[in-house]
Structure formats: C-alpha cells, structure tokens
Design a protein around this ligand. Structure first.
Ligand SMILES: Nc1ncnc2c1ncn2[C@@H]1O[C@H](COP(=O)(O)OP(=O)(O)OP(=O)(O)O)[C@@H](O)[C@H]1O
Ligand SMILES: [Mg+2]
Length: 353
C-alpha cells in the first residue's frame, strides 16, 4: 500500500461542494464521509471565486457536520484557467526537466508564464528514439490561490491541488483497474464545466475542458419555456415546482434537454475527433460519464449515438466498501455521479515525510 495518509477530498464545484473521506487499510478501501452542499449560483462564476465567504462557510459547515478531524485536504480546479498538454521532449533527468520546463512551457501555454503554476509528469520514455512524453500542466496562480484561500478559511490545509480530469482518472483506476491495451474516455459533466480525459493504456493521453454543463440545460429551459431559473432547474431535475405560475408539459422540457444534449454531444465529439486525428490508436472502447448532469439518461444516449461508442455511468463506489448502517445504498446511487471527482481526491495521500 502507498505511504502517507489519506487526505480529505474537497471538490469545490461551482454548484455543489462535495466532501469525501476514504480510509485505506490492508482490508481495502472504506468510505467514511460523503456529503455535499449546494452553493448559490453567484458564489463561483466561470471558475472565479465571486463570493469567497459563502464558499468557505459552506466548506466549514460540511467539515463540522461530518466531524472531519483530518486537516489536510486535496482540492482540484478545472476549466479554461487550466491547460494540460502532452508534449514530446528529448530524454532528460528529473532535474533537467524541472529546470527547462518553464522555457518549454512558453511554447505551449497561451498565458504569461509568470501567471501560472507549472507541473510536469513523465508519461513514457522511448529510449530507442531518445524521446519521452511528458504531461505539462499549467494553472493560473490567481485561481489556485483563491481555491486554497477558501479552503484555509474553512480551517483545512490544501495539501494537494489537483485537476478534475486527473481526479477522474484516479477514481476510475481505483474502481475499474488500470485498463491496458484499450482506450476509454472519462467525462465529468458538472454544472459549468465538462472535463474530458482520454485514457490509453491506463495513461492520460488527451484532456479537454468544455465550458458547458448542467447550467446550459437550465438556462435553455428557462429561455425557451419562459420561466424562472429556479423553476427551470426543478423541471430539469424532474421535480416540477408545485407553485409554478403555469405547469409545463414534460415533453416540452424533454425537447429542450434533447436539444442541449445534442449541442453538448457535438462539442464533446469535436474533442474526440481532435484526439483521433492526433493519435495512432484512436478506437474508443467505452465512455464513462460522471458529474451531476450525467444523471440525465437522455444525455448519455445522445453522446452514445453521436460518438458511436457505448456509454455508461462511472460508479465511484464500485470498489469501495461502506457500512450500510451509515450510508443508504439508494442515497449513494443518487449521488454517485456527482461524487466522482471528490472520490478521486479522497484517494490522494500525503507524502510521508
Ligand atoms: N438528477 C439530475 N438530473 C439532471 N441534472 C442533475 C441531476 N443532479 C444534478 N444535476 C445537475 O448537475 C449539475 C451539478 O453537477 P456537479 O455537482 O457535478 O457540478 P459542480 O461540480 O458543482 O460544477 P462544476 O464542476 O461544473 O463547477 C447541476 O447543473 C445540476 O442541476
Ligand atoms: Mg465538478
């Protein structure tokens, strides 16, 4: 088993903050905390922390009501302030890589290099060609600093800062194993962002975040059916508000959900086409969906139709046991999709010092 201790996974989503704690022992992984709390739509907009107090209060409340004792947290970021690129480099040592990465990054990153934190991970080395592939990650300092600040304000220490797409990979590997010899695609469809991670041979080969998610469904329902945002959200969730000014027939809502599903599937397909055009083995075996918006069965069907690839919901608790007296099975099922990133975070460990 890996060294270090499990941290608390804190997924600060733009619509919902999730907290997850998993304890790993020689007997396996055990879920000990899973909870979530909604944020007002104005608290985090377009990845920017607009109301830091609301966010840190929400985190603090989650920590308190779940009696979380561990202070070290793993948090993650996503969206257009994060750039992930696989780049080929001549084989070099870790130190050489650390030294040259800022210079290398300048060619690939569309931001001022002084405004980003950089990280790099070697994926594969090909000694015969004298080449290696590395994964370069650049994230805007401003965003990371804001996410760390709300975490600290809530009394936790952001020991690990991750990226949603990698959290998905971590969650997936723990539950489905490292799938060698095939390509699968993980897509987390949240409220504001959809994160795509193409895993080939168990390694990240391509990632992309699309600035679209559940919010677009709500906004289109609101616009096309001319109702309030809150009402539109309720209709989307299949819980028509009883006090609505006029009742909307379900098929009208379904029609909008279908249209937006096609729009989002088209965006996803563009990314998959781009991946296919730049990779040798582009046959995708399966797409695994997560994120709250993946709960709409229509969306999975449309993505499958558009891509021609089987689609299923990822189960973040497939290989994680839990005490049925603590967690109701139906509750876990209902929050599984939205929990994917927080599970990936909760599986992270601090480095043993
Ligand atoms: N059963 C459901 N049916 C339809 N949509 C749902 C359902 N459950 C949640 N959603 C939608 O999923 C979205 C929230 O998902 P999630 O919690 O994964 O997002 P987030 O992590 O807060 O956002 P982001 O990662 O984009 O910042 C919201 O748009 C919500 O309306
Ligand atoms: Mg999210």
């Amino acid at each position: 088993m890996a060294k270090g201790k499990n941290v608390v996974g804190l997924d600060i989503g733009s619509s919902t903050v999730k907290i997850c704690r998993i304890k790993e022992s020689s007997r396996g992984r055990m879920l000990s905390v899973l909870d979530m709390a909604a944020l007002t739509p104005e608290a985090i907009v377009d990845g920017s922390m607009m109301d830091a107090t609301v966010v840190s209060d929400t985190i603090r409340e989650l920590v308190k009501r779940n009696r979380v004792k561990v202070k070290e947290a793993a948090i993650s970021v996503a969206g257009h302030s994060v750039i992930i690129k696989k780049i080929p480099l001549p084989i070099m040592t870790e130190e050489e890589l650390e030294e040259s990465i800022a210079w290398e990054a300048e060619q690939y990153i569309p931001f001022d290099i002084n405004d980003v934190y950089l990280d790099v991970e070697t994926l594969v080395t090909r000694p015969a060609q004298g080449q290696m592939d590395v994964l370069l990650v650049a994230a805007k300092k401003e965003m990371i600093n804001d996410y760390c600040a709300v975490t600290r304000d809530a009394g936790l220490e952001p020991a690990i800062v991750d990226v949603d797409a990698f959290c998905l990979q971590n969650m997936f590997e723990a539950n489905y194993g490292k799938l060698t010899g095939q390509t699968v695609v993980l897509i987390d469809i949240g409220a504001a962002v959809s994160s795509i991670n193409v895993l080939s041979d168990g390694l990240t080969t391509f990632t992309r975040d699309i600035s679209m998610g559940g919010n677009q469904f709500t906004e289109e329902i609101q616009k096309q059916l001319n109702i309030k945002y809150e009402e539109a959200e309720a209709y989307k969730l299949g819980q028509p508000p009883s006090d609505a000014q006029r009742q909307i027939p379900p098929q009208e809502v379904e029609r909008v959900i279908m249209n937006v599903s096609e729009w989002l599937s088209g965006e996803i397909q563009r990314s998959l086409d781009f991946y296919a055009a730049t990779s040798a083995d582009s046959r995708i075996a399966r797409i695994y969906l997560s994120g709250g918006a993946a709960n709409m069965p229509m969306l999975g069907r449309v993505i499958s139709r558009t891509s021609g690839v089987p689609v299923e919901l990822a189960n973040p608790f497939r290989n994680i046991s839990y005490d049925p007296r603590q967690f109701d099975e139906r509750y876990l099922e209902s929050v599984a999709a939205a929990s994917a990133v927080s599970v990936g975070l909760a599986l992270r460990r601090t480095v043993e010092s």
